[in-house]
Ligand binder design. Structure first.
Ligand SMILES: [Fe+2]
Length: 388
């Protein structure tokens, strides 16, 4: 069983963030505050269509800051997109980046920044602490409540040739400023709302049971679980309610502060593997895998999982030890199904023949290092099989 030393040295990285209604309109002012004379605006087609990229452009116009728009970012941002964005940045002689969107444009923007400052290919940064020079100033405006890329030290980029996702983890990837406004969340469709919300719940749960968790990350992780469990169903049923969207954004922020500093676990390692090999949506993969991974991990840190159960409204103390794990995994499964996520991995197109390859890739993902239980290849395959 995992035993934590509370006195062990820990470090924490958090960006400056401004949170509340109207934050979106501050992009120009903050770009000017950090001395930018020209910026690359990184976004994607969906965010542009919803009108949020235009809002940020207006803010930059008002502040008198010229910009170049780069919106060729796909869900699961790719190596080629990062390298092209870096060329656009250089050709337009930008001095900083404003990223507007979900995790994909923000991760792509992080990649563009470090490629430019280090003059290296994006694939060379894979792993932990492989970035020497920080990128140029980065201002993030998230339009989803899930990835927390706007506060995290993580960037996940898809290597199309290798059909895998690489994780880049470095303090240099923490954005300079995050402008968190709940308004853009009101245009997320149901699928995006629940997928990103379940991603945030997975961040919080994995951070809370991570080998690298600490008192500071515990505080954020627990509050994130509480908020996601109470607010996400409301966001699902009343998508335009700004107060509810605010609470999911706060939950996602707390989850981001927790996992950025405690890292993640097997659900994310396995989800990255699925995203890389089969180009599947990150949040949906986590939503499907989470209860199965929790079931496997429970015995490593039962007290921690019982605390999660209490936060989700269960009463594990009234159950015999053998029933507690089942009650928690059932509650997580029921929660996702209540949000309309009743798919299996098979429904997403995963075949039994894919599992050995998926497991091999998940085993070497950096997120696996902080999973509370050491998993062997065979066990990872078993978890995938249970979610098929
Ligand atoms: Fe995630």
């Amino acid at each position: 069983m995992l035993v934590r030393d509370e006195l062990e040295l820990k470090k924490f990285f958090v960006p400056e963030f401004i949170f509340g209604r109207g934050a979106l309109e501050l992009a120009g002012r903050y770009a000017r505050n950090v001395g930018l004379r020209k910026v690359l605006l990184v976004t994607d087609a969906g965010v542009t269509k919803a009108g949020w990229a235009d809002c940020v452009c207006s803010s930059l116009d008002e502040a008198g800051i010229p910009y170049e728009v780069f919106d060729c970012v796909s869900p699961n941002p790719r190596v080629g997109e990062v390298m092209t964005g870096a060329e656009v940045y250089r050709a337009a002689e930008c001095q900083g980046i404003v990223a507007v969107g979900g995790g994909s444009p923000i991760d792509c923007a992080k990649g563009i920044g470090i490629v430019n400052s280090n003059r290296r290919h994006i694939l060379t940064f894979e792993g932990v602490d492989q970035v020497q020079l920080p990128g140029p100033p980065l201002i993030c405006i998230p339009t989803t409540a899930g990835s927390s890329a706007d506060v995290s030290q993580f960037a996940i980029i898809t290597d199309e040739e290798g059909r895998r996702k690489i994780a880049i983890i470095s303090k240099t990837l923490v954005p300079d400023i995050s402008l968190l406004d709940p308004l853009p969340l009101t245009t997320m469709d149901t699928t995006l709302t629940v997928d990103t919300g379940m991603d945030a719940l997975a961040h919080a749960i994995e951070a809370y049971v991570s080998n690298a968790s600490s008192s500071v990350t515990d505080l954020h992780a627990m509050q994130a679980i509480r908020l996601q469990v109470s607010a996400l169903p409301n966001a699902f049923s009343a998508p335009e309610d700004l107060q509810t969207r605010y609470r999911t954004m706060l939950g996602s922020l707390y989850a981001g502060l927790a996992f950025s500093n405690a890292s993640l676990g097997a659900a994310h390692a396995m989800s990255h593997s699925l995203g890389g090999l089969l180009d599947l949506p990150h949040g949906r993969c986590n939503a499907i895998l989470l209860e199965h991974v929790v079931g496997y991990n429970y015995a490593a840190v039962p007290d921690r999982f019982d605390e999660i159960a209490r936060t989700m409204g269960l009463q594990p103390d009234r159950l015999p030890g053998t029933e507690r794990q089942k009650a928690l995994t059932r509650a997580i499964g029921d929660f996702r199904r209540s949000l309309g996520i009743d798919a299996t991995l098979s429904d997403l197109g995963v075949r039994p023949g894919d599992l050995p390859d998926l497991a091999k890739r998940a085993l070497i993902d950096p997120c696996m290092a902080t999973n509370p239980r050491r998993l062997e290849l065979k066990e990872i395959e078993e978890i995938y099989a249970s979610a098929l």
